[in-house]
Design a protein around this ligand. Structure first.
Ligand code: FAD
Ligand code: NAD
Length: 468
């Protein structure tokens, strides 16, 4: 007789598979149901494949600048088919890795689509036909999200695509209009413009990446423009229509009607929680604005049912889904823990990369803090100069009263790796002085974080400080 607590996880993305592993590590008997491929959106159609294409795009741009790096490189070109093959290879390798982890942790993976029959039972529709009923002590819903399709006439036309399709086109299109200047929009703008496509980004808000540090999104917009990307802020798309073999996007800008032609139109205006077919009514689980409603312990309104990841409509990020998965598993297994969203880093894998954690300067002021800001331009960083990537900066936002760091924002090479220092600083409630007196290795871009902390007190070493 197996007396272990039993847990069924619905969905095998970075939320679900991490929750399953954690629950198994804590002694649960775990079943994971997945209707597609293990790894979910992140591994198969999100984080990983986009970054594979971005990596090649970055190398391609470096080759373009080879002369200034002391290299003579002639005759290089994009091998799109080879890049698609590499993408498949890396993704398949990682899916295999997750499959191996399931096995190593004794998790029973069931291929099929799950739906609730009652608060204590799910039915899995198996791919070859037939059903399997699963009754467990606890359930974790981790069914992810799907693209939001805006009510714009023409989105059904051939050539109008979403991010999944944009990851496996037959070739680099000659031109692309991207509707939405959010994370997906600017990452694909970086990929395709680097590889020779004529890209236009249409963003409805007054700036791209509206939730990131303002000053930095301006710099990023300029660096996209330098790569030939046309970015229109405050652009309201009204319709898309066919034009010969291509498409024409109609939009309003400053009260005037404008158009942009393109071979492909990528729609990237956000994602919505995915709960279709789960039959949540049978379990009594409440949705609020389409999101599975959870508290910080990842509990839904039904005692034994938890939910994590994109389907909860919190920050739709892989690392958030995984952290929520860990919290849910721990609580199911008798521990008592909750999510802290204050220290979640947000990363954008553009060139240069952008990353932020905590409050932006504007958010800190709006919250009423007496704000102190330190900035360090990467033009003064030895390592950034070595890397030929000096357009960015580090900005630290702090509370003048206690000197506590409230936000760290980085634009520059490997910003997405460097932001971990900012997340740790916020988690430990670090002060500016604690960052400034932490010895950072030389030469590294990370030194700029230390210099920005010093700059907040007009004490930076490698830039002139403000007088007085
Ligand atoms: P998912 O990864 O979506 O997994 C849900 C799984 O549930 C799927 O495999 C699905 O098949 C399965 N499922 C659904 N319903 C059922 C059912 N009824 N029965 C059985 N199985 C079911 N985030 C980052 O942090 N960094 C990035 O760089 C990044 N890049 C991205 C790029 C793109 C193009 C996109 C689209 C997203 C990106 N994201 C990124 C977001 C990230 O992919 C998601 O936040 C993350 O995948 C959410 O994890 P999840 O486990 O909640 O859901
Ligand atoms: P997003 O919310 O990041 O950006 C959508 C953008 O579209 C916003 O700037 C919004 O103002 C704009 N918009 C909305 N309606 C519009 C319209 N009608 N016309 C023009 N612009 C319009 O969403 P996304 O870029 O689609 O990404 C979806 C999710 O995937 C995000 O939640 C993100 O967290 C996640 N993601 C993360 C990463 C990463 O972490 N690097 C990468 C890709 C995606």
């Amino acid at each position: 007789m197996d007396n272990r607590r039993s847990v069924a996880v619905i969905g095998g993305g970075p939320g679900g598979y991490v929750a399953a592993i954690k629950a198994a590590q804590l002694g649960a008997r775990v079943t994971l149901v997945e209707k597609g491929r293990l790894g979910g959106t992140c591994l198969n159609a999100g984080c990983i494949p986009t970054k594979i294409l971005l990596h090649t795009a970055e190398l391609y741009n470096q080759l373009r600048a080879s002369k200034s790096l002391g290299l003579k490189v002639d005759n290089f070109e994009v091998d799109w088919k080879g890049l698609m093959e590499r993408k498949e290879e890396v993704v398949n390798g990682l899916v295999k890795g997750v499959t191996g982890l399931m096995k190593a942790n004794g998790i029973d993976v069931v291929e099929g689509t799950a739906s609730f029959k009652s608060p204590g039972e799910i039915m899995v529709e198996l791919p070859g036909g037939g059903n399997r009923s699963i009754e467990t002590d606890a359930f974790i819903i981790a069914t992810g999200s799907a693209p939001f399709i805006p009510p714009i006439e023409g989105t059904e036309l051939e050539g109008v695509i979403g991010s999944t399709r944009a990851l496996s086109l037959d070739q680099v299109p000659e031109s692309m209009v991207i509707i939405g200047g959010g994370v997906i929009g600017v990452e694909f703008a970086t990929i395709y413009s680097s590889l020779g496509c004529d890209v236009t980004v249409l963003e409805m808000m007054p700036r791209i990446l509206p939730n990131m540090e303002e000053e930095m999104t301006e710099i990023l917009k300029n660096s996209l423009a330098m790569r030939g990307v046309k970015v229109f802020n405050g652009a309201r798309v009204t319709s898309i229509d066919g034009k010969g073999r291509g498409l024409m996007v109609h939009f309003e800008l400053d009260g005037k009607n404008r158009t942009a032609d393109a071979e492909k139109v990528l729609v990237a205006v956000g994602r919505k929680p995915f709960t279709e077919g789960l039959n949540l009514e049978a379990a009594g689980v409440k949705l609020v604005k389409g999101c599975v409603n959870v508290n910080d312990r990842m509990e839904t309104n039904v005692g034994n049912i938890f939910a994590i990841g994109d389907c909860t409509g919190k920050n739709m990020l892989a690392h958030v889904a995984s952290a929520q998965g860990e919290v849910a598993a721990r609580n199911i297994m008798g521990q008592n823990t909750g999510m802290d969203y204050r220290t979640v880093p947000a990363c954008v894998y553009t060139q240069p990369e952008m990353a932020g954690v905590g409050l932006t300067e504007r958010q800190a002021r709006e919250k009423g803090y007496d704000v102190k800001v330190g900035k360090f331009p990467l033009a003064a960083s030895g390592k950034a100069l070595i890397m030929n990537d000096t357009g960015g900066m580090v900005k630290i936002v702090a509370d003048r009263r206690y000197d506590e760091v409230l936000g760290v924002h980085i634009l520059g090479p490997r910003a997405t790796d460097l932001i971990a220092e900012g997340a740790l600083a916020l988690r430990l409630e670090a002060t500016l002085e604690e960052i400034a007196t932490t010895i950072h290795a030389h030469p590294t871009v990370g030194e700029a974080v230390m210099e920005a902390a010093l700059a907040a007190d007009n004490a930076a070493v490698h830039i002139p400080n403000k007088k007085g």
